[in-house]
Design a protein around this ligand. Structure first.
Ligand code: HSE
Length: 293
């Protein structure tokens, strides 16, 4: 038996749609794998009742097929599905690393990112790598067709998850097919600012770079209270606020000493809209870790 934990992740960060991602130091999924003739899957933990155990429909089933590594796979969910916190990516990343160890395949972490992305396609329809890259590599990642670049960054974050379910497939279905050159120029500037901020571990630059005029305004309509929560966090010292992944979680960047206050106002603001929520005060964390073998 091999056990691996992979972290929740936050993709996009506003200006880096389908490209940027960060590993969060919590929550995370734990996956146990054991060799078997055919793949079977058992899911426990947060939201497990909504996750199919049929290997054809489960993200880790696709990973086991891609690695040609049949196994009995137990997934203990710490990352709620349909949260915007990379729930399927955490399971896929943990399974890819665990099955690689179980069958002694010796694939590089970057190869495992591509394999885990096949699991993402099962859930969202596209094999985007912006969640699986940080779930495997940790840190801040820039994932493109050419590969993944990882940057170590020391940044304090708050993620606030409302009790709303929003599927990635639905949140992708409403995206605009076209945009303007002005918005492209703005996005390139913000994305470059954010990357420089990560390289310097500077929360002011990262916050400035999180703004986005193409994807976030459309998706925010799907999250009741989004504008109020964002405004409250910014007034309490957050340097940037945006939707985490495809939502409904909201992510704020802040200085460490303001983390608790920012988390509290985000929760209060959701409560003012009649929405229950939970907040995680996190840092940018490590990627998937082997726990036992
Ligand atoms: N980049 C993806 C999206 C992440 O925003 O649709 C999904 O978690």
């Amino acid at each position: 038996m091999v056990t691996v934990r992979a972290p929740a992740t936050s993709a996009n960060l506003g200006s880096g749609f389908d490209v940027f991602g960060v590993a969060l130091d919590r929550p995370g999924d734990v996956v146990h794998v054991e060799k078997a003739d055919t793949t079977t899957i058992e899911v426990t933990g947060i939201g497990s009742e909504y996750i199919p155990e049929d290997p054809e429909k489960n993200t880790v089933g696709a990973v086991a097929r891609a690695l040609d590594a049949p196994a009995h796979i137990e997934i203990d969910k710490g990352v709620r599905p349909a949260s915007g916190l990379g729930s399927s990516a955490a399971s896929a990343a943990a399974a890819a690393v665990a099955l690689d160890v179980l069958y002694d395949r010796g694939r590089s972490k970057k190869e495992l990112v591509s394999i885990a992305a096949k699991g993402e396609a099962v859930v969202s329809g596209t094999a985007h790598t912006d969640n699986v890259a940080p779930a495997i590599l940790g840190g801040f990642t820039v994932a493109t067709e050419q590969g993944v670049t990882r940057i170590n960054a020391d940044i304090s974050l708050v993620t606030c998850l409302p009790e709303i379910v929003l599927s990635t497939r639905d949140a992708r279905g409403i995206l605009p097919e076209r945009t303007t050159i002005e918005k492209v120029v703005d996005t390139v500037g913000k994305a470059a600012t954010l990357t420089a901020g990560m390289a310097r571990s500077d929360p002011e630059l990262v916050g400035q770079g999180m703004h986005d005029t193409i994807v976030t305004p459309v998706r925010s309509e799907l999250i009741p209270g989004y504008e109020s929560v964002r405004e409250a966090a910014l007034q309490t010292g957050a340097t940037g606020v945006t939707i985490s992944g495809s939502g409904p979680a909201i992510i704020a960047v802040c200085h460490e000493q303001e983390q608790r206050a920012v988390a509290n106002v985000m929760l209060d603001s959701f409560a003012d809209h009649g929405v229950e929520a939970r907040a995680y005060q996190t840092e940018i964390g490590e990627g998937a870790q082997l726990r036992a073998r």
